[in-house]
Design a protein around this ligand. Structure first.
Ligand SMILES: [Zn+2]
Length: 164
């Protein structure tokens, strides 16, 4: 970091303060002794969602959260489980390292998460997200879920493993 007064590259950090999304460092130039402040900021992570019709939209955590919360309305979920689900989804997305993500990938991740979390919330979300074309498609989904639930309940060994 170049001293703004003499241009020297050597400086010493004398104070460091972490703010919510920024770290500020007070420095003293090793050559002229001038003091100056540098700051480090998390780079804005611009992620775009590509909708089914090809439109792009900036990723919005609040919007995703609203959709999931709606599906989970009045369900007996542990506090913070929706936030945890979203954070998991975001981590997954960041790992993909892409600037654009099809909305279907996010939708599938939500479905995957809700399936493990709460089957009513899963069905509610699915009925909006998958836009079940007719009652038959919804019934199929419900039936395959019921089968999965039964399979889950039979062994009842107390393990948390979810057979897929
Ligand atoms: Zn200097």
């Amino acid at each position: 970091m170049r001293c703004p007064f003499c241009g020297a590259l050597e400086s010493r950090v004398i104070d460091s303060r972490g703010l919510e999304d920024e770290v500020r460092r007070r420095r003293v130039c090793s050559i002229c002794g001038s003091r100056f402040t540098t700051s480090e900021r998390v780079q804005n992570y611009a992620l775009f969602i590509v909708k089914k019709d090809g439109r792009r939209e900036a990723y919005d955590r609040a919007k995703l959260a609203a959709g999931i919360h709606k599906a989970c309305e009045k369900r007996p979920l542990p506090t913070g489980s929706v936030e945890k689900l979203i954070t998991g989804i975001e981590e997954h997305i960041h790992e993909l390292g892409r600037a654009e993500i099809p909305s279907t990938i996010i939708g599938d991740l939500v479905m995957e998460g809700l399936e493990k979390l709460d089957h009513i919330a899963y069905i509610r979300f699915a009925s909006v997200y998958r836009e079940f074309a007719d009652i038959g498609a919804l019934k199929d989904a419900l039936e395959s879920l019921a089968t999965a639930q039964n399979a889950l309940q039979l062994p009842r060994t107390g393990s948390k493993g979810v057979p897929r």
